[in-house]
Ligand binder design. Sequence first.
Ligand SMILES: [Fe+2]
Length: 128
Amino acid sequence: MLLDTVLEQVDRDLQVLDHLGLGLRYCWETHIHADHIIGAGKLRQQRGCRVLVPQNATVKSAERSGSDGETLVLGGVQIEAIATPGHTPSHLVYLVNNTHLLTGDALLIRGCGRTDLQSGMRELFTIR
Ligand SMILES: [Fe+2]
């Protein structure tokens, strides 16, 4: 499974998968921004993976959606989806085996994803 793939990195990602002898079953998105979705679509074309997006995201081409509190299982790995609106209204983070958090753009190094771009929820976070 790859998370939040980016179009410009698809060739690199495929090389790494091939180098490691791994297949690709899923591309998951934490949120919907054009760069991520386009990357997942190209990977689906080339490797036949399934695409999962947050519930209520405005995407028609994904095979599955994930919602807050839902636990998904990949092999022996449990992944809980947690709603984190702000960067986008339907943003999800994924808690892996209760030990690691895949944050997408909700939490970045030294900051968080902007809330004023492409359907961000700036009004929720205005400090008065
Ligand atoms: Fe983003």
